[in-house]
Design a protein around this ligand. Structure first.
Ligand code: ZN
Length: 309
């Protein structure tokens, strides 16, 4: 799936609107279980919030307001789109922003929520990096298309074109283990402790907490700070207790009797839909370099504290 959106033409228009980005086009391609193209969806949307095209948007996507005048409104198109999706599907998007903006636009028009908890999806930009590059870099869609020698016979930055290009990249990933790396869209956070996410990937684990009103509440929660081994579930011994380097990131090193040193990292993040906070905790078996890095971070944090007093 790919979306195109417009934003306020000037600062005043942007400040006055509750909606940062107004979706003006939805494009999608359906791949079957063998990743063959089975169907497609494409529709442009009549704007109701911003009635002038932002300069950057216009130059990037080559859509003008006249083309959108006779289109259906967002709610009608989004409803058709979700109907087209059916009930058994997983979203695949280039990058991690489309699902956030889709849900934000749906909330703006008080539509029924797509989900009451985080949505599992594939970030194809991430999968491309894992399959073909270093796992960490994030490339443009055009870079990936060039890299894989895929024909560029249609212009980029339109929803139907970018959805098709994203599908073509997905089709070229041959190593099935790459598909272990699904993502969670956290626009809607886990509602309660039972819905919290405890995901296990090939070499690390990820925990996504429910929402907390503030950081103190989050850091007092036993699931947030717990450091049981992510591989065997055993209690661990604390080698370096939780400390913070910048009050957004917290680190700890623990030791499992069976699996050795484990690096634990907490990130405090702002909810995309309201003022609350949530926590993403990752755990990974620690190499000596990772341990040295954490120890350096702790020294830096201590020194910074001393300088302040
Ligand atoms: Zn263990």
């Amino acid at each position: 799936m790919d979306l195109e959106w417009n934003q306020g033409a000037d600062l005043k228009a942007r400040r006055e609107s509750e909606l940062g980005f107004e979706i003006i086009e939805i494009g999608a391609v359906r791949l079957d279980s063998d990743r063959n193209v089975a169907d497609s969806f494409h529709e442009m949307i009549r704007p109701q919030v911003f009635h002038k095209m932002n300069e950057v948007t216009r130059e990037l996507i080559h859509i003008n307001m006249r083309q959108l005048r006779d289109c259906r409104d967002f709610a009608s198109v989004a409803e058709s789109f979700l109907e087209w999706c059916g009930s058994d599907y997983i979203f695949c998007t280039w990058g991690n922003t489309d699902l956030i903006e889709l849900q934000r636009n749906m909330d703006y028009y008080n539509m029924t929520h797509m989900s009451e908890k985080p949505i599992v999806y594939y970030d194809v930009q991430k999968l491309f990096s894992i399959a073909f590059e270093d796992r960490k870099s994030r490339r443009s869609l055009e870079y990936a298309i060039d890299f894989l020698n895929i024909d560029k016979d249609i212009a980029f930055h339109r929803a139907d074109a970018d959805a098709l290009y994203t599908a073509e990249i997905l089709r070229r990933i041959e190593d099935a283990s790459v598909f272990h790396n699904y993502s969670y869209d956290t626009y809607r956070l886990p509602q309660n402790k039972d819905d919290e996410i405890h995901a296990r990937f090939d070499d690390y684990s990820k925990y996504i907490s429910r929402a907390f009103p503030d950081k103190k509440d989050a850091l007092n929660d036993s699931s947030v700070v717990s450091t049981e081994c992510f591989i065997c579930g055993s209690p661990t011994r604390r080698k370096i207790p939780w400390f913070t380097s910048n009050s957004k990131h917290y680190y700890s090193i623990v030791k499992c009797p069976a699996h050795g040193l484990i690096k634990c990292k907490i990130r405090i993040r702002k909810s995309a839909s309201d003022e609350s906070l949530y926590v993403v905790k990752t755990m990974k078996q620690a190499t000596p370099e990772m341990v040295a890095d954490i120890m350096q971070k702790r020294r830096n944090a201590k020194n910074a504290r001393k300088e302040r007093y």
